[in-house]
Ligand binder design. Structure first.
Ligand code: SF4
Length: 168
């Protein structure tokens, strides 16, 4: 399978707790004013790569204990993200996905999107919602604006409402 990416960072300390491998997917429909990664918006931009290549790259990293999938909008490529996540999950401490969709919008999409549904069962944390300049807050951990939430996915799916996570 192919995934269109803007790039990867093999050892990041700013995209979640600890040292993490980060995939920046290419293509985003949200166009948030003030977005820090406008080069990732074009769905024809970036580069198409084999998911197997990305998987091998993640497995070869000995320092990175977590995976973050950011963008762009990762959930526009839910199938490819799912394939990667399922392959590397046994080797990693946790997996974070950023999305411009809100949790509520995703819940409405689940019945028509089995890959998205399965992806949510495989990841640990979802950081949701578009970046909003008027809610920008530099004191937030791993988020740009106050509307964005760090969601603990498994308990949220279990109880049917959002369970928030705070990273220490
Ligand atoms: S959802 Fe993220 S990548 Fe997309 S425009 Fe908004 S801030 Fe940028």
């Amino acid at each position: 399978m192919k995934i269109r990416i803007a790039g990867v960072i093999k050892e990041s300390i700013v995209d979640g707790p600890g040292i993490r491998f980060v995939i920046f997917t290419q293509g985003c429909p949200f166009n948030c004013p003030g977005c820090h990664n406008p080069q990732t918006h074009d769905f024809e931009g970036g580069k198409l790569v084999d998911t197997e290549t990305v998987i091998a790259d993640i497995k070869s990293q000995k320092m990175s204990k977590g995976l973050t999938i950011s963008g762009g909008e990762p959930l526009m490529q839910a199938e490819a993200c799912l394939e990667i996540v399922k392959s590397v999950k046994p080797f990693l401490k946790d997996i974070i996905v950023y999305t411009g969709f809100t949790w509520e919008a995703l819940m409405e999409r689940l019945p028509d999107n089995p890959a998205l549904k399965e992806l949510l069962t495989q990841i640990n944390y979802l950081i949701d919602g578009p970046y909003r300049e008027n809610e920008r807050d530099l004191s937030l951990k791993f988020r740009g604006s106050r509307n964005q939430r760090i969601i603990d996915v498994a308990p949220s799916l279990k109880v049917g409402q959002i369970v928030l996570k705070e990273f220490s």
